[in-house]
Design a protein around this ligand. Sequence first.
Ligand SMILES: Nc1nc2c(c(=O)[nH]1)N[C@H]1C(S)=C(S)[C@@H](COP(=O)(O)OP(=O)(O)OC[C@H]3O[C@@H](n4cnc5c(N)ncnc54)[C@H](O)[C@@H]3O)O[C@H]1N2
Ligand code: MOO
Length: 539
Amino acid sequence: MSPKEPLPVPEQPAAPASANPAASGSGAASEPGAAASGAAASGARGKAGGAHRATAWPEARAAAARAGSTARTGREPSYVPLGQALGRVLAEPLAALTDLPPFDTSAMDGWAVVGPGPWAVREEGAVLAGHTPAVVPAEGEAVRIATGARVPPGTTAVLRSEHSRTERTERTESAELTDPAELTEPTEPSEPSEPAEATEPTRPTEPTEPAGLIEPAGPTEPSEPSEPSEPARPAGAAASADRPGPAPAADRLLLHALREVVPGQDIRPRGQECSAGDELLPEGIVVTPAVLGLAAAAGYDELCVRPRARVEILVLGDELLSTGLPREGLIRDALGPMLGPWLEALGAEVLGTRRIGDDAEALYAAVTGSPADLVVTTGGTASGPVDHVHQVLDKAGATLLVDGVKVRPGHPMLLAALGGRRHLVGLPGNPLAAVSGLLTLAEPLLAALTGNALSEGRSAVEGDVHGHPHDTRLVPVVRHGGRAVPLRYNGPAMLRGIAAADGLAVVPPGGARSGQELTVLDLPWPAAGAVPVQGACFT
Ligand SMILES: Nc1nc2c(c(=O)[nH]1)N[C@H]1C(S)=C(S)[C@@H](COP(=O)(O)OP(=O)(O)OC[C@H]3O[C@@H](n4cnc5c(N)ncnc54)[C@H](O)[C@@H]3O)O[C@H]1N2
Ligand code: MOO
């Protein structure tokens, strides 16, 4: 570091008007949720993380959540196009704007049939997805239909192409032609479809006549299993496997079923998934890619979402490099590249990440001039010669809500109200300590501000975990075999453990025994998939 002249620090504890949450008329936000520690006055601070005022870890999180709830008041939802809604939180329930499906739909490529077979094929057209049915078959007739097409009125079932056989007929009596066993070769095994239809192995049917206007029925590939949830619809007259039907007209195509045909089969009836007005999802759900798809299917162009928290990141420290290898006492900035994406993964809108150095004046200007709901600083929280965060907050008239937390790593972390519903979280400079501060203070604040739920679970821990005698420990873990396995390289200055982790285990003061259930704070992304290496490393 190259120390710069710090701002003048008051000799005496700062006047209550600027530093004490109990003060009135200070211009600083008055927070009902001041930390249980008594929200130490910034001007009266002693050593960083001094035990006399550090807040217990659970209470620090609760204080951060209260700060977020307070700041949430008056924030109005807005409508955004679907393409901008990913990661946002629904501000109102997602109610279907249409029936789904919006019309009776064919679930398979095949034939729309009316009544029992065999059926005379209407060869003048096919019913295609996206088109109004041009051919409406009558009783005893069939027409080709594509998956997703609107079924013609009166259709009693859809017969899959692989479950059908066609033949070109002469003028003759239908009874002579209606036994498929006499006319059809045993077919290749196909994939099982509906349970009742899976017993007979079949293979694609050869046409009995040279190709006519219509493609011969029958698949070139095994069929997929049918959707077991497609209910048969008791509509119209029951269709069945081949039975004597109407006498086919001369030189017409006759369609036979190779399986029993159940009324309503492979028709997705209108409203099967939902009716217009049904609540598909409640308010407060995070918009995922699947939610976007559902919203589009249900007729939405825009979604009503809660406002995102706007965050600005200020990275302190003259010793930091943005590129290249560490040299001459300088190290790479590990927090600038990490925190923006991390906060975005938590749903925040990151206005920017700025390098401030160890310049108290620049820090004061950045903090007081920031338009963000939450300013996140890194470094400078302790009592070193260039650790300016406390004095800048004091000068800015901020109210310290949490000033040090009984947690390792990260105990110098802090939370301050800047006024005007704005807050600042000061993360310690050691990189894993900064992660600890992010999950302890920033995440609960942001969750409460935007109405998101915190993501955490419980897992039995694999092996004994060393604890701090008085403070909570946060230990990177990976879930493996149903257990939380602590990772090595979990020292305050290390990111090697957390980079392979999928959570941080909350180890109570005194430590944890193997098999003990611990709270695990989830990281906002899937596990990195690294092989866990058990063991500890304290540095
Ligand atoms: N007298 C005391 N000294 C310290 C205490 C204490 O209780 N009494 N606590 C220690 C602990 S624990 C921590 S954590 C740090 C917190 O210090 P600061 O928040 O003031 O952070 P800095 O001094 O600026 O930096 C600490 C450390 O982290 C490195 N750093 C900073 N920023 C970055 C970054 N963006 N990327 C990578 N590394 C970074 C910095 O170079 C230092 O090595 O205070 C202890 N001291
Ligand atoms: O609290 Mo410090 O976080 O041990 O590095």
